[in-house]
Design a protein around this ligand. Structure first.
Ligand code: SAM
Length: 267
């Protein structure tokens, strides 16, 4: 029997695919190679998929891979800027990965109703992760889970969201999740300096990652090093950018707090 193609996923893609709960039809926006759609269908996480891209070249690439995987019946391909060519209720899950925060925010704002009609939104922004989290919260989404992926020396963050209260309740019931975490935090003995800053910490790093993720300690060490170096550089400049300096100092103290919290939860 001819062996069908199964994409070998990078840690970034593996993390994205593993974060999505089971769904009927997933829309993979900016599909490029099509690996996300193919893997989600092959693993039975999605029954079918619509792989969309704004450019014909990547879509052709996805088409070839979908054919090699023998999934032409389960995966549609569509030339579509953002969610434009999806119908209102077509997908119960939407994945947007590998794009900058501003591109993703633009895609969502262009079609907010469609984005909110889906049960799950799975986002992996390449930049401005705290701003991405804030954008979704400000636009009526609940952050269900964060995921940190490491690839060589790079760190990637994915987030699972919903705009639907009943989906959020069911998810938290099944997965414990971030709601439980806040309760646990209160009982953990973490002082007021922690609880006072939970919202800020959550936006900056994701409380679930701070308290549960094994790679978070390494990531926090990395940003503490980077931000300390930047503070020294700015402070030593002839005309220091005081606004930037203040912002970095604030972020650094949050990172140090997050590291303390991370250690506390490991005990
Ligand atoms: C870096 S690739 C990411 C591919 C895949 N999602 C991943 O995470 O590996 C970004 C893809 O998004 C597509 N893209 C960029 N802007 C888009 C938009 N507004 N709507 C749909 N696709 C878009 C690009 O053509 C490109 O194929």
């Amino acid at each position: 029997m001819k062996k069908t193609f199964t994409p070998k996923l990078s840690p970034r893609l593996e993390g994205i695919v593993s974060l999505l709960p089971e769904c009927e039809k997933v829309a993979d926006i900016g599909c490029d190679h099509g690996y996300i759609s193919i893997s989600l269908v092959q693993r039975g996480i999605a029954k079918s998929a619509v792989a969309c891209d704004i450019k014909a070249g990547p879509l052709e690439f996805a088409k070839k891979n979908i054919e090699k995987a023998g999934l032409t019946k389960q995966i549609d391909i569509r030339l579509s800027p953002g969610l434009n060519k999806l119908s209102e209720d077509e997908a119960d899950a939407i994945v947007i990965a590998g794009m900058g925060m501003r591109t993703i925010a633009g895609i969502i704002l262009d079609d907010l109703v469609k984005a909110k009609n889906a049960d799950f939104l799975l986002i992996q922004a390449q930049s401005e992760i705290p701003e991405m989290r804030r954008f979704f919260v400000e636009n009526g989404f609940t952050l269900l889970a964060n995921k940190l992926m490491t690839e060589e020396d790079k760190y990637y963050f994915a987030m699972l969201l919903t705009s639907k209260e009943e989906i959020a309740d069911a998810y938290f019931k099944k997965n414990g999740g971030r709601k439980k975490l806040l309760e646990k935090l209160k009982e953990s003995g973490a002082g007021p300096e922690f609880t006072e800053f939970t919202e800020g910490l959550d936006e900056l790093f994701g409380l679930d990652l701070i308290t549960n993720d094994e790679n978070m300690k390494k990531y926090l060490g990395h940003v503490i090093f980077e931000w300390t170096e930047s503070i020294e550089k700015i402070s030593g400049a002839k005309k220091p950018d005081f606004e930037k300096l203040e912002e970095l100092k604030k972020k650094l103290s949050m990172a140090e707090l997050a590291l303390e919290l991370n250690t506390l939860f490991k005990k």
